[in-house]
Design a binder for this molecule. Structure first.
Ligand SMILES: [Zn+2]
Length: 448
């Protein structure tokens, strides 16, 4: 049976910009049930994907059922997209003092005010650190100067109104994480930086700013020596155990196992353009998508299924980035848009389907488009001599030139609708394998 792939677009509509700075987004996941509020910050350093993907998964795949979780998954967004620790220097050394001329000034001021927000009780700063922290020297990768696999506290006891016993909290959580280790080497420890005793570097950090403004805060470090999805696995374990300790309740839409975390990070990266007339799944996109019908004479409006997606205008097109990954380049062909049509009648594997423009439809074997008075259909990559309006033909995967697929795997194809010279919208056809059940993971999408 045919199925539509539905997704919730978690972000509000944005505009692709060339010159302006990318700004971080705040996602408030409120349960509506009284409880603590935590602030989770990812991406203060742009080259630590474990931290920012973990924060992002909270936004896309968790529901909070008691208390509130505020997430900033992309604090240093510009640096994330450019895969740099900090394009303007280390942002996590700008919380004690900073010049107003610093390019990071407005973003640091924004996050400071969120930290001070009266609702916020506890702050988590997510990092990927080098090696493996151990309190004694073992070898160059395992010693007290390393950061990986630790929970960082500035001091054992805080003078905050709530959760002052942060050292005790952190030890309880490391004990719980250590029940979930993938390998003994990954064992977590609490690292106390004793910041107040004169740690000049740590005095400049986000967590030290927080504890001096009455808020409990810790850093959570996974190891850069691990693959990203294993870092995310540990980060989410740490956050979940902290939330449990604090009395925040949640539901998660995937199993917390490393390979499932990897699939959840890698799948279903979708962008919708111009009021959702055009939806692309770019998780496995080709390097370049050509002749994409973009609205003439306006800025590119888009919505993304993930807060780590950025679209930036460059030269004659648009870069699409996802975290540290460069996903694709959209090469536009500009059109006037026509909004008179919202669905398309199709035959899909022998069944009739009324398909919304701006969605993906799964096809196992064949599809055709029903004729539509006045409108013209273009199945990108399918041609037949003398045929301009491509309706009424049964089309199978090997009838379409593979190089026109959106994805490198040759499964996703564009069906575009035009009214004279205007573009009306697009349906994305996804050819799937015969076996049922294989795509169950694609159906899983939740949102705040
Ligand atoms: Zn870091």
């Amino acid at each position: 049976m045919k199925r539509l792939i539905l997704l919730f677009l978690v972000l509000t509509t944005q505009v692709a910009l060339a010159d302006n700075r990318l700004e971080f987004s705040l996602h408030k996941i409120d349960s509506g049930i009284p409880g603590p509020t935590v602030l989770v910050v990812g991406g203060i350093q742009g080259d630590e994907p474990g931290g920012f993907h973990a924060a992002s998964l909270l936004v896309t795949n968790y529901q909070i059922t008691k208390g509130s979780v505020w997430v900033v998954p992309n604090l240093n967004f510009e640096s994330i997209i450019r895969r740099s620790r900090g394009v303007n220097g280390d942002m996590n050394r700008k919380f004690a003092r900073m010049k107003t001329t610093d390019p990071d000034y407005s973003e640091v001021e924004r996050i400071k005010s969120l930290i001070r927000a009266p609702e916020v009780d506890f702050i988590f700063n997510m990092h990927d650190g080098s090696g493996f922290y151990r309190d004694k020297y073992i070898d160059p990768q395992h010693n007290a100067r390393r950061w990986g696999q630790s929970i960082i506290i500035d001091q054992e006891e805080l003078d905050t109104p709530k959760y002052a016993n942060v050292g005790e909290f952190a030890r309880q959580v490391t004990g719980q994480i250590n029940q979930r280790l993938l390998d003994e080497e990954h064992r977590y420890h609490v690292k106390n930086t004793h910041t107040r005793r004169g740690n000049a570097e740590m005095e400049k950090t986000l967590t030290y700013y927080a504890i001096n403004n009455g808020k409990a805060a810790v850093g959570i470090e996974a190891s850069k020596n691990l693959p990203t999805h294993e870092r995310v696995y540990y980060h989410l374990n740490a956050l979940e155990f902290f939330m449990q300790q604090l009395g925040i309740e949640f539901k998660r839409s995937f199993q917390l196992e490393p390979l499932i975390v990897k699939q959840t990070i890698d799948n279903n990266i979708q962008i919708a353009l111009h009021e959702n007339r055009l939806l692309l799944d770019v998780a496995e996109a080709r390097k370049r998508i050509n002749y994409l019908p973009i609205k003439r004479g306006s800025q590119l409006e888009f919505t993304a299924s993930n807060p780590l997606v950025a679209i930036t205008s460059k030269g004659n097109g648009y870069h699409v980035n996802y975290g540290n990954r460069n996903l694709t380049f959209l090469h536009p062909q500009f059109f006037e848009y026509d909004n008179s049509l919202s669905t398309l009648d199709m035959q899909v594997d022998g069944n009739s389907a009324n398909v919304d423009l701006g969605t993906i439809i799964e096809v196992t074997d064949r599809f055709s488009i029903e004729p539509l008075d006045g409108y013209r259909i273009n199945v990108i990559g399918w041609t037949k001599d003398g045929v301009d309006n491509e309706v009424g033909y049964e089309i199978k995967r090997d009838h379409i030139a593979r190089r026109f697929s959106v994805d490198t795997g040759g499964t996703l194809f564009r069906v575009e609708v035009y009214l004279e010279e205007k573009f009306c919208g697009m349906v994305l056809v996804k050819f799937t394998e015969q076996q049922e059940g294989q795509h169950a993971s694609l159906q899983r999408q939740t949102s705040s």
